[in-house]
Design a protein around this ligand. Structure first.
Ligand SMILES: O=C(O)c1cc(=O)[nH]c(=O)n1[C@@H]1O[C@H](COP(=O)(O)O)[C@@H](O)[C@H]1O
Length: 271
């Protein structure tokens, strides 16, 4: 999916919501555990109930890898279900990869070709030659960690290097890489006060913003400082939506939670 198509969907649905499919078998309704593939059954019900309210889904691969072959199979079924039934949805493999060049190429093939995701999250720590192999894929997007939502972000990312915060250097440097137009960036919703500075460096890029809901980030603050002329934001909520109920009505309650966020977004878009 191109960025222009994503913006079109945002305008059509009046939503820039991304729903995180971080499936933990200890947190899903018990009756699903009898299903042949409980993870996929859970995802399918969530997708069926919420796809009209969001523009993206983000399965975090850790939650699938933790269940071995069965988990990977459920991830494959989930992305295939989305691509077959909802090609208008932007898909994010939250895998946070990045390695020496030839290895990164294989990671990119895994998520862009074998699993046919639109995008993958990548950690920039190994530098240019670890990220460029992802950027080489046309109409695919590499979502690089910019400033993360967790407390540990202050351990390295905000430290001064030659008088400048490291995360700013990373953002600036990434703009010089080949096919940098395929980059998007992760900025945690808990770091909304940094967004004005971040927008000075990357005014036009899309930002994936996790951390609203369970981590306490605020949607209004993120939009105030992070939104650009083409919206430029995908706001992710995982636990706050998918685990809002552990009963049989979980998908309906998830849709209610998604609707609350979508309504807030529609209001922001209308002013
Ligand atoms: O790359 C991410 O998506 C990510 C980056 C970050 O800085 N913080 C962060 O929470 N995430 C992911 O976003 C999701 C947040 O989930 P909830 O806190 O349950 O909404 C998880 O899948 C995290 O791994």
């Amino acid at each position: 999916m191109t960025t222009a198509q994503l913006v079109e969907q945002i305008k059509k649905k009046q939503s820039f919501l991304c729903i995180g499919l971080d499936v933990d078998l200890n947190k899903i309704p018990e009756h699903l555990l009898k299903e042949e593939d409980p993870i996929f059954a859970f995802n399918k019900a969530i997708i069926d109930a919420t796809h009209h309210l969001c523009v993206a889904y983000k399965p975090n691969t850790a939650f699938y890898e933790a269940y071995g072959l069965k988990g990977w199979k459920a991830l494959e079924k989930t992305i295939n279900y989305l691509n077959e039934n909802h090609p208008e949805i932007f898909t994010i493999a939250d895998a946070k990869r990045g390695d020496i060049g030839n290895t990164s190429t294989m990671y990119a093939k895994a998520f862009f070709e074998d699993l046919a995701f639109d995008s993958v999250t990548v950690a920039p720590y190994m530098g240019k030659d670890s990220v460029e192999p992802f950027l080489a894929f046309q109409d695919k997007h590499t979502i690089m960690l910019g400033l993360t939502s967790n407390a540990g972000a202050f351990d390295f990312q905000t430290k001064l290097v030659d008088g400048k915060e490291l995360y700013k250097k990373v953002l600036e440097t990434s703009k010089t890489w080949k096919n940098s137009q395929n980059l998007m960036y992760v900025v945690g919703a808990t770091k909304a006060e940094y967004l004005a500075d971040i927008r000075q460096i990357i005014p036009d890029s899309f930002l994936l913003v996790p951390g609203v809901g369970a981590q306490g980030g605020n949607l209004q603050d993120v939009c105030k400082y992070g939104m650009n002329d083409s919206v430029g934001l995908l706001i992710n909520s995982s636990r706050g939506i998918i685990y809002a109920s552990k009963d049989e009505d979980y998908a309906q309650v998830a849709a209610e939670k998604a609707k609350e966020l979508q309504a807030e977004m529609a209001e922001i878009l209308s002013v």
